[in-house]
Structure formats: structure tokens, C-alpha cells
Design a protein around this ligand. Structure first.
Ligand SMILES: C[C@H](O)[C@H](O)[C@H]1CNc2nc(N)[nH]c(=O)c2N1
Ligand SMILES: N[C@@H](Cc1ccccc1)C(=O)O
Ligand SMILES: [Fe+2]
Length: 299
């Protein structure tokens, strides 16, 4: 086993559009033996830290699936071990990738119940923040909910919807990407004990796990499909708004209708800035906006 840090082949690249990720399509073997002791330590540090932070904050389904998939702090999990358990539970498979995939490739994998997981883990100096998805975000953040039958079906439906939206143009894709962002990445869910986290972008971040539930700054608003599809978001700071579902069945049912009609209806409507509330919102908490950067940075 090598003792030096794992080389990272996919990073960001400076272009005339700014600093953007490099997209790759290749599906790669995990090659577990090349992880360094530093890599395993990074996994252990993040795993232990998040397991503590997520008690009473992450939804029960997420925490139980970490057990069900036998993830632990000791070593970076082997994809083959995860797959044996995941396939038996919901028929999903994880596949190794270098990083972000082109959208259509990504959707096609989801539509076929394959979830792409970045094989490399962040460097020790990136423990608190990394701009792009790494193994910890993908495996610890996303994969546990694929162990849940309803969420597993939602992700496949999303992939199929993505393939369709891809043929309908940029605006439809943008609507659908916002849905992914505000559910799969940054979703909150109600439970009998109170609000809980299910979004992978939150689950893999210590700071946002606390912020999304305990800070007065962000809005917390009841799930509303069309509203979400119009809402811009932040990729560089904590979210200004979180949307709250009652349960995964609500998410699945609300997204079952054919979106073609909805995309057409939304096309002439203006986008909503990330931190704004509008008439008709079911506001659970109105954000104070403390610490927000201006909306020029909303995506
Ligand atoms: C759909 C989502 O918004 C985004 O565009 C896609 C693009 N490609 C990706 N590729 C990987 N590997 N992982 C991802 O989460 C995504 N997200
Ligand atoms: N019903 C959506 C597909 C979809 C399902 C679940 C999530 C997202 C999209 C469509 O027709 O496009
Ligand atoms: Fe993600």
C-alpha cells in the first residue's frame, strides 16, 4: 500500500467561463488497495465526526442504512461489499467514477439503478469543505438512502425524468436540477421527533448539518414542486432556503406526474432568488437572512 496521497485526476479547470469542473464519463474500478493510510484516516475522521453530528439530526432511514450497509469508521468501504447488501435490498448498484459526469450519462445511470460514486477521497486539508463531490460525499451522503425502497424508486424515476428533460432543452433541465438540489442534496424531512436531514449535501457537511436545523438565518418551507423548480440556489455557501417533505412517499407521489406540462407552464415565469419567500409558501421558519451574500451569487 502506498503511503503518499492518492493522485487526483479530476479537478477544476480554468476556462473563459471561470473555474469549472472537468467532466469525465469513464466507469472505473475502485482499486481498493491503492488507498493510502491518509485516505483511510480521512474517511475515519469524517465518518466519526458526522456520526456524532447526525444523531438527532439526520433522518432515521439514513442512520439505520449506515448500519444496514455495514459502513464503519475503520476503513473506506469496498464497493463490492456495499453492492452485495445494496443489491439485495433495493436492486441498486454503485459504480466507480472519476468525478462529475455529463448530465445525460448521470441520468442514464440513475434510470438503470446505478449510482456513480467518486472513487477518490478528499485530501486531509479539505476535511471541512470541498467544492466537488468526493467518495465521502457520494458514499456516506447519497448511498444510504438508496437502501430505502421508496427513495430508491424516487432516484430511478428522477433519472428517467432526466433523460426526458434532456431532450426538452435547457430550461426543463434547469427546473429538474433545482428539484435534485432541494431534495436529494439539501432536503429536510419531518419526523415525529422534529425536523431531520435527508439531503446528501447536508449529511456530508458538519457545518451545514447544524446550520440547516439550528440557524435562524435560512428559510424552511414546506415542499412544493413547482415552487422548487423556480428557485435558484447557492453552490458556494450554505443554502438560504430549505424545503421540507413530510415523508419520502410525498416526494415520490408529488413527482409522479409527467413534467412536460409543468415545464411548459413554468417557462414564462421568473426564477425566484434563493433567499426569497413568495405568497403561497408554507413557511415553517422565515429566515432572518443573517450572513447572506447578495443574490448575484445565486445559481
Ligand atoms: C443532476 C445533477 O443536478 C447534476 O447535473 C449531475 C451531473 N453529473 C453528476 N455526476 C456525478 N458523478 N454525480 C452527480 O451528482 C452529478 N450531478
Ligand atoms: N414525473 C417526472 C419524472 C420524475 C420523477 C421523479 C423525480 C423527478 C422526475 C417526469 O415526467 O419528468
Ligand atoms: Fe451529491
Amino acid at each position: 500500500m502506498s503511503s503518499t496521497a492518492t493522485p487526483r485526476r479530476v479537478e477544476h479547470q480554468q476556462t473563459d467561463k471561470g473555474y469549472v469542473p472537468v467532466y469525465t464519463t469513464a466507469v472505473v474500478e475502485q482499486d481498493w488497495d491503492q488507498y493510502s493510510e491518509d485516505d483511510h484516516r480521512t474517511w475515519a475522521t469524517l465518518f466519526q465526526r458526522q456520526l456524532q453530528v447526525l444523531q438527532g439530526r439526520a433522518c432515521r432511514e439514513h442512520l439505520e442504512a449506515l448500519d444496514g450497509l455495514q459502513m464503519s469508521a475503520g476503513r473506506i468501504p469496498r464497493f463490492s461489499d456495499i453492492n452485495a447488501l445494496l443489491q439485495a435490498a433495493t436492486g441498486w448498484t454503485i459504480i466507480g467514477v472519476e468525478g462529475l459526469l455529463p448530465e445525460l450519462d448521470f441520468f442514464d445511470h440513475l434510470a438503470n439503478r446505478r449510482f456513480p460514486v467518486t472513487w477518490w477521497i478528499r485530501r486531509p486539508d479539505q476535511i471541512d469543505y470541498i467544492a466537488e463531490p468526493d467518495l465521502f460525499h457520494d458514499l456516506f451522503g447519497h448511498v444510504p438512502l438508496l437502501f430505502n425502497p421508496v427513495f430508491a424508486d424516487y432516484m430511478q424515476a428522477y433519472g428517467r425524468g432526466g433523460v426526458k428533460a434532456h431532450g426538452l432543452g435547457e430550461a426543463a433541465l434547469q427546473n429538474l436540477t433545482r428539484l435534485y438540489w432541494y431534495t436529494v442534496e439539501f432536503g429536510l424531512i419531518r419526523s415525529a421527533e422534529g425536523l431531520r436531514i435527508y439531503g446528501a449535501g447536508i449529511v456530508s457537511s458538519k457545518g451545514e448539518s447544524i446550520h440547516c436545523l439550528e440557524s435562524d438565518a435560512p428559510n424552511r418551507i414546506g415542499f412544493d414542486l413547482k415552487r422548487i423548480m423556480r428557485t435558484r440556489y447557492r453552490i458556494d455557501t450554505f443554502q438560504k432556503t430549505y424545503f421540507v417533505i413530510d415523508d419520502f412517499q410525498q416526494l415520490f407521489d408529488a413527482t409522479r406526474p409527467d413534467f412536460t406540462q409543468i415545464y411548459a407552464e413554468l417557462a414564462p415565469m421568473p426564477a425566484i432568488p434563493a433567499g426569497e419567500t413568495i405568497d403561497g409558501d408554507r413557511i415553517l421558519h422565515r429566515g432572518t437572512g443573517e450572513g447572506w451574500l447578495d443574490e448575484g451569487g445565486d445559481v
